[in-house]
Design a protein around this ligand. Structure first.
Ligand SMILES: Cc1ncc(C[n+]2csc(CCOP(=O)(O)OP(=O)(O)O)c2C)c(N)n1
Ligand code: SF4
Ligand SMILES: [Mg+2]
Length: 341
């Protein structure tokens, strides 16, 4: 019996509209994030969606440092810090520990949500190996949520593998001799996690500008159980250099320009949702310049840079095998033969 309960998950039905969302907060006052910080909103929504029987583990980064200033904390649920690259190990270890304690009768057997969060630096760069390992352990229920503010924000906005092409960071300041220092395209974390981990039953991308949808993805991941993964794109006023009042709008623009597609992959089946679904169904994407030119980190862009960026986004939608998700292309023998002539 204890073993069965230790494997069980909480059944968290989706919120059917904003009025159905629970009033109870599990992340409240007592944090010191910047005004307009979307990652703080993600924390609040994530744990509101999960409910009170939840343990949260947080890797080093803004969501650790600014949230746990000495003697203060906004976390109402149990929360523990973990090392920068170890959100995966912390999730797996905590889930395994709970399961063992319940099996041995040392604690009441009940489904407890385990969520580990990490930033893009901690999750997509340093901790990607541990996350990958956790996603292979189907016998342990945990959700890893990667909050992506596109830099190592806490240590003053250094470049990460998730920083967009050309962005001004403290590691990639534009200069007179060279305008674009950062020339790499951003990693495709959710696509990589979904395609590469057959035991992981649920992967989703979210943006807090669409709060109810975001919370429902968290609820779905926790209900499905096993190791699951969510990637959240979080506008960061300090690192992206914009007026904090624009956070919500920038989140919307990231979706409407097609730069950050919203989708979920459940048991190998891909579903686009929200505004992304209407883009897939033929609605026009907004030009990516509308998103880029609202941010100081792209203020040095000239027309040539904007055109390059737009072309890369167009490629995601027009050339990828699964638009916005999986970048492979089929080898075209006829085209190759023609080109060889
Ligand atoms: C192993 C290790 N290297 C470096 C640091 C210093 N450090 C603390 S927070 C941080 C930035 C983390 O970036 P990210 O994971 O993207 O989170 P963010 O600060 O952006 O929220 C760094 C480099 C550390 N704590 N541990
Ligand atoms: S630097 Fe960015 S992620 Fe960090 S607290 Fe400020 S707005 Fe949030
Ligand atoms: Mg970051």
């Amino acid at each position: 019996m204890a073993e069965t309960l230790a494997n069980a998950t909480q059944i968290l039905e989706p919120f059917r509209g904003i009025k159905k969302v629970t009033i109870e907060e599990n992340f409240t006052s007592g944090h010191r994030t910047c005004q307009g910080c979307e990652s703080a909103l993600v924390m609040k929504l994530m744990v509101k969606a999960a409910g009170p029987r939840t343990i949260v583990l947080g890797s080093t980064g803004c969501m650790y440092v600014a949230n746990t200033t000495y003697y203060t904390t906004p976390w109402v649920v149990p929360w523990m810090h973990t090392q920068l690259g170890s959100s995966g190990s912390a999730a797996l270890g905590t889930a395994a520990g709970l399961k063992a304690l319940m099996r041995k009768g040392k604690m009441k057997a009940e489904p407890i949500n385990v969520i580990a969060f990490c930033g893009d630096g901690g999750g997509a760069d340093m901790g990607v190996g541990a996350i990958s390992a956790t996603l292979t352990h189907k016998e342990y229920n945990s959700l890893i949520l990667l909050y992506d503010n596109e830099s190592y924000a806490n240590t003053d906005i250094q470049l990460s593998g998730m920083t967009p092409y050309g962005a001004h960071t403290t590691f990639s300041p534009p200069g007179k001799a060279k305008r674009i220092i950062h020339t790499r395209w951003k990693k495709n974390m959710a696509g990589m996690m979904a395609a590469g981990h057959p035991e992981c039953r649920y992967v989703a991308t979210v943006c807090a500008s669409y709060a109810v949808e975001m919370m429902n993805k968290v609820r779905r991941a926790l209900t499905i159980g096993g190791p699951t993964f969510i990637h959240s794109l979080d506008p960061c006023p300090k690192g992206w250099d914009y007026d904090p009042m624009l956070s919500h709008e920038l989140g919307e623009l990231a979706i409407e320009t097609g730069l950050f597609p919203l989708y979920e992959v459940e048991d190998g089946v891909l579903k686009y949702y929200g505004k992304t679904k209407s883009l897939v169904e033929g609605r026009a994407r907004k030009p990516v310049r509308e998103y880029l030119l609202k941010q100081g980190r792209f203020a040095h862009f000239i027309e040539e840079d904007l055109a390059y960026f737009q072309a890369k986004v167009d490629e995601m939608w027009e050339k990828w095998e699964i638009p916005g998700v999986i970048p492979f292309r089929q080898f075209d023998r006829n085209k190759a033969a023609l080109e060889a002539k």
